[in-house]
Write a protein that binds this ligand. Structure first.
Ligand SMILES: [Mn+2]
Length: 332
């Protein structure tokens, strides 16, 4: 463990994280804004484990989440509003950067950051970051093991959901045989693959499929179809009666296109921003491109938000992404 003058300690291993969590109490777990199943599953899994160990703990989530993730939240004490004070040790899971926090979540006592993203880690008192980890839930699993916390079927379901979501069902380049062994351990502990697949992948409303039909018929392509992008406007969302939170994951369907190396999804949000998501099959480091637009994430999956009109955003981002692909930003 080493600390600098700003009282920030980088923890070297999950055993240190486990000791810290066992030695302290009164936690507030904070997922990132618009949480995905890794952030939410990690938050609830850690919450349930700390409760088992007799700790005071709550989850602070100041926004509604899409209904398909309700099964992850049903066993947790989730606060939509929270009085923040120094007595609550804030734990961030899967955050990436403090910019990914909901505006209601103020850094009153930023205490511990558990993450597998690249990016600044010095905003909390303690941090454990493992960029090689396939999901934040894998880190949580190791912490639970080091705390000798018994894992029941509910915790296993949360962590398994997070793991299969972030690894696209155990198929991303970060997936190793260890990842598969972890998935097997979680199934042994009570996670049901069929149930989790149904919850994560078979909950789309018909209206979303109809919207996808329109979006897919108007895909943009460049560089001999190596770059492919989809655009979803507010007008399309309104016309099909689709909630904007339901749209994000249609991007994974575009990865099935044979020629595609990089995929982009542009979503016009109700607050006037445009949300941009990049996915890369395995060659191009799209995180380097996202960072040029103030965003970030992983080498193969990342995002950014711009306060520009939709058409202008598409033009600028496509131009830069094409340039980056031609420069051949190869993932390490
Ligand atoms: Mn993650």
């Amino acid at each position: 463990m080493n600390s600098d003058e700003r009282q920030h300690s980088v923890l070297d291993n999950t055993a240190d994280v486990a000791r810290l969590l066992l030695d302290n109490d009164n936690y507030l777990i904070c997922p990132h804004i618009h949480p995905d199943p890794d952030s939410l599953g990690s938050a609830v899994g850690l919450y349930l484990a700390l409760r088992k160990l007799g700790k005071q703990v709550q989850i602070y989530l100041p926004e509604e989440t899409p209904p398909y993730m309700d099964y992850l939240l049903q066993h947790a004490d989730v606060q939509l509003e929270q009085t923040l004070d120094m007595s609550l040790k804030m734990i961030f899971v899967d955050l990436g950067t403090p910019k990914q926090l909901h505006p209601a979540v103020k850094l009153v006592n930023p205490w511990l950051d558990l993450d597998h993203h690249m990016g600044p880690v010095s905003f909390t008192r303690y941090a454990y970051i493992d960029q090689s980890s396939p999901a934040t839930s894998e880190i949580i699993w190791r912490v639970l093991r080091d705390m000798e916390c018994p894992v029941d079927a509910t915790i296993a379901t949360c962590l398994y959901s997070a793991l299969v979501f972030d690894t696209r069902s155990l198929t991303t380049p970060t997936t190793t045989s260890d990842t598969m062994r972890l998935a097997a351990e979680l199934v042994d502990a009570g996670a049901e693959p069929e149930y989790v697949n149904r919850m994560l992948n078979q909950q789309k409303p018909l209206s979303l499929l109809r919207l996808m039909g329109e979006v897919f018929s108007e895909l943009g392509t460049a560089l001999e179809e190596r770059l492919i992008w989809a655009v979803v406007s507010q007008e399309m969302l309104e016309r099909h009666g689709v909630d904007e939170t339901e749209v994000d994951y249609i991007i994974t369907d575009l990865l099935t296109i044979a020629t595609a190396e990089v995929i982009l999804l542009f979503k016009e949000c109700s607050q006037g921003q445009v949300k941009i998501s990049w996915r890369s099959k395995c060659h191009i480091d799209v995180n380097q491109i996202a960072r040029r637009f103030g965003g970030g994430g992983h080498r193969f999956s990342c995002g950014a938000r711009l306060n520009l009109p939709l058409r202008q955003t598409v033009k600028q981002v496509i131009t830069q992404t094409k340039e980056a692909m031609q420069e051949n930003l190869v993932a390490a």
